[in-house]
Write a protein that binds this ligand. Sequence first.
Ligand code: GDP
Ligand code: ZN
Length: 462
Amino acid sequence: MNIDSTPIVAIATAPGRGGIGVVRLSGKDLAPVMAAVCRLPASGNLQPRHATYLDFVQADGTVIDQGLAIYFKAPHSYTGEEVLELQGHGGPVVLQMLLARCLEAGQSIGLRLAQPGEFTQRAFLNDKLDLAQAEAVADLIEASTEAAAKSASQSLSGAFSKVIRELVDKVIHLRMLVEATLDFPEEEIDFLEKSDARGQLSRIRESLERVFAQAAQGALLREGLNVVLAGQPNVGKSSLLNALAGSDVAIVTAIAGTTRDRVTETIQIEGIPINIIDTAGIRDAIEASDEVERIGIERTWSAVREADVILHMLDASRGPTRADEDIVGRFPETVPVIRLWNKIDLSGHQPGVERSTDATHIYLSATDHVGLELLRSELLRIAGWQQTGESLYLARERHLAALKSARNHLEMAAELAAQSDQALDLFAEELRLAQERLNSITGEFTSDDLLGVIFSRFCIGK
Ligand code: GDP
Ligand code: ZN
């Protein structure tokens, strides 16, 4: 990716009103903007990394706002370029005025609005952060639970990148050993026996498994579990949602069919986001008379197909209906089903879990809050959550895919090493590929396309 060093500017704080708001600039030479927008102290400049209280002014000298200006000299800034932060009052109009004024004053230096994630992208391109850290910036901002924020911050600090680099170093070490042998064929004889290549490889594979486990758990904190809550009207879906969420998010009423469209509610269990989609009395689209309803039903079915688990709720005091049997026949076989027998306070069942071949059955009462713990721990089990006590890395799907691919290449290498010295060149090639996959996590040799995709998902001003 080419480094575009055109100076950029954006409002860095969230839209809306707040105590303070920040306009941030980054670029090669910000002096003209600084001098025009800020009424500078007598010295004529700002001391780097010091907050100076001053006026932000229009071209004619009228004051836009008063606030703090902080100047960061390159390369000691977030982006590695010169950075100027103007902290004014956090109103949308005043910040827009300040932004417009910066753009006006920055015309001579080509100042333009920043794209989403562009500040962080520059930090990456200027080696202030590696790619995994840059992604962690976005993940920290978007974290939906405290546990997710904690592991994003762990990745941002470079802990995840560090273990990846350590793995890469070990692979490089082994590659050097093998390739030196390839260069001197007379030493190839019994190389695998004499060297500790097999031992080194198996230690690398063990470390990779550990990193993978921590990353997979971290990914869970980021992605959460997608749960579909299905069942006939009035069985108690909304009541369950309310009971789990601890607030009245869904509409509960005794009249059938009140929840028309789907409602998504994210609750957390031990810090894992559980995204629950409450389905509108899931039916066949063909039956629906009006278009809007048909679209709603189609959407529901696509959510069902993509879910990690389906909660199929039934009224334990009435048993399954014909409609339930129809629906069950249409559940995708790939998604596990938990059958929730609700209203046991009416039916007289005991709370509990029963496992059968087709589904897990849980007996509970949503309104009496009985059996909810059974459901919570079953969801954690399906998510594959293990409390390890180890620190987790808020990994993304991209990282897990790279780790899996590296793992496959190392496995191939191990198979080759188990044979003989004949395949040493193939062995070396598998190691090289494994290294390449690991490197892609921190962004060494990453394609421009991928960078574009990653940074475009950031918010503006970050
Ligand atoms: P939904 O249509 O599936 O979302 O069902 P609601 O949550 O709106 O509940 C329908 C009715 O069943 C309401 O009057 C609830 O108070 C009642 N209900 C839900 N869960 C229970 C339960 O565990 N026990 C009893 N006795 N009533 C329940
Ligand atoms: Zn409902």
